[in-house]
Design a protein around this ligand. Structure first.
Ligand code: ADP
Ligand code: MG
Length: 239
């Protein structure tokens, strides 16, 4: 199966069950929002999908590769933006990207072509020489998104990539990543607790207290109601 599949995945921190029998599928080229309040288990799932943690309960398949059985092939197909930023702030935009390219065994013309294309994709081309520290929060996040494209993955995993950004930066980043799915056919899993980042034709997987409550196309899930109201009703939380 292409895209991203999570099947019956559970994970515990000691006696704390952080994920409980979670299953969902993001078809190739789809944008899926993993929607859940703080503590739902989103970052724990990201740690499992990127193999920072492993679990014997359930399985994860990335672009047709089983993560436990073929980890190198599976991991080569994912581009990740973690919740905590991981840029080297003392390096330029260009150096951050060429360092990452080298880690993936890319150098010379191919690396530079990928870097140029990724920066253009995120409207960052004119900032190549700037030091990461001198970028605002929105541009730092865009640099991280450009970086996760360098090794040409087919599945992008982004964990709350807009947290702490102003409204304009949030909108720009949300727009760019939707474009990567619509125009470039990337499979996207976008973790968030902010319903305004989700478009009507996106998939939504609602995670709450470690359980997957529902997966559906956003417009089918809401049936004309505001997604925020539907989300609050499903999770039993109040605004
Ligand atoms: P989210 O990213 O959706 O906010 P997390 O995956 O960070 O959720 O956390 C899910 C649950 O697991 C929460 O109850 C959290 O307190 C707990 N948790 C997360 N990390 C740890 C850890 N290292 N040790 C113990 N509990 C943890
Ligand atoms: Mg988190």
């Amino acid at each position: 199966m292409t895209g991203l599949a999570v099947r019956n995945v559970s994970y515990s921190y000691g006696s704390k069950r952080a994920l409980d029998d979670v299953s969902f599928h993001v078809p190739q080229g789809a944008f899926c929002a993993l929607l859940g309040p703080n503590g739902a288990g989103k970052s724990t799932l990201f740690s499992l999908m990127t193999r920072l943690f492993t679990t014997s309960e359930g399985e994860i398949e990335i672009a047709g590769h089983n993560l436990a059985r073929s980890p190198r092939k599976a991991l080569a197909q994912i581009g990740v933006v973690f919740q905590q930023p991981t840029l080297d702030l003392d390096l330029s935009v260009q150096r951050n990207l060429s360092y990452f390219a080298a880690l993936h065994g890319l150098s010379g013309r191919l690396a530079q072509d990928r870097i140029t294309a990724a920066l253009e994709r995120l409207d960052m081309a004119e900032r190549a020489a700037e030091r990461a520290r001198d970028l605002n929060g929105g541009h730092r996040r865009r640099l991280e998104i450009a970086r996760c494209l360098i090794h040409a993955p087919s599945v992008l995993l982004l964990d709350e990539p807009t947290v702490g950004l102003d409204a304009a930066s949030r909108k720009a980043i949300t727009h760019h990543v939707h474009d990567l799915s619509r125009q470039d056919g990337m499979t996207v899993l976008w973790a968030t607790h902010l319903t305004d980042e989700i478009a009507p034709d996106d998939q939504v997987a609602v995670l709450h207290r470690g359980r997957l409550l529902k997966q559906a196309q956003c417009s089918a899930l809401t049936a004309g109601q505001p997604l925020q109201d539907v989300f609050l009703t499903m999770t039993g939380e109040t605004a």
